[in-house]
Ligand binder design. Sequence first.
Ligand SMILES: [Cu+2]
Length: 237
Amino acid sequence: MSMKKRTAVVVGALAAPVLALTLPATTASAHGWVTSPASRQDQCASGTVSCGQVKYEPQSVEGPKGLRSCSGGNAAFAELDDDSKPWVATPVGSTYTFNWHHTARHATSSWQYFVGDRLIAQFDGKGAQPPADVSQTVDFGGLTGRQKVLAVWNVSDTGNAFYSCIDVNIGGTGGGGGGQQPGGCTAAAWDPTRVYNGGDTASYNGHNWRAKWWVSGDKPGTTGEWGVWEDLGVCPS
Ligand SMILES: [Cu+2]
C-alpha cells in the first residue's frame, strides 16, 4: 500500500461516521457505474460528451431490475439512450476487462452484460458486499464491430439495479486488450509497472492521460475526477 493510499484510508475512516449522520437513512443517492471502458455516463462526467444532470451523478443510473435500457428508465437521464450522441467507442479485442466503481457498496446478486437481448457475461455477487472497485473480464462471444454493451449491477437487498451502457468497437484499431495503444494516441501506452511523476503522460483506453502527481499501478480512468490521472481526452484518429 502506498503512503497516499494509507492516508486516504485513514481519512475515509474518520469521515465515515460523519457521512452516516448526515445522509438520510433511506438514501439511494450513491451507487456505481462502469468507469472503463468509459461508459456513456462516464463520458458525460468527464465532459467527453455534453450531457445534463447525469454528468454530476454518473453513479445514479438506477431502475427496477430487468430493464434493457441505458438510462434505467429515468426520464432525467434519457439522453443515455440516445445512440445518435457522439459516444466514443473504445477499441477492444475479443475479450476486455470492465471496471465498476461502486460509490456505495450494496450487497450484490450479480453483474450482467448484455448486447441487445443476448446475455454475454454474468458474474455472481453471492449476496455479498463488493469492493469499491470490481474488474470483470468479458468475452464478447464472437461479436465484432461497433456494439453497445449494457452492464447491469443487480443489488441483492432491493428490487433495483444500476445500468451502464458502454460503446465498444470489437476488433477495432488498438484492440486485443487493455493498455494497447490506439493509432492516434501521442503518449506511450500506459505501463502498470512504471512509476509516473506529475506531468507524465500515457495513453490508455483510447484517451491520453496526464499524471497530476506520483502514481504507480493505478489505471487511468479508475481514479475518478479528483484522482491522480487527468483525462486529456480521446486520442485523435
Ligand atoms: Cu446506492
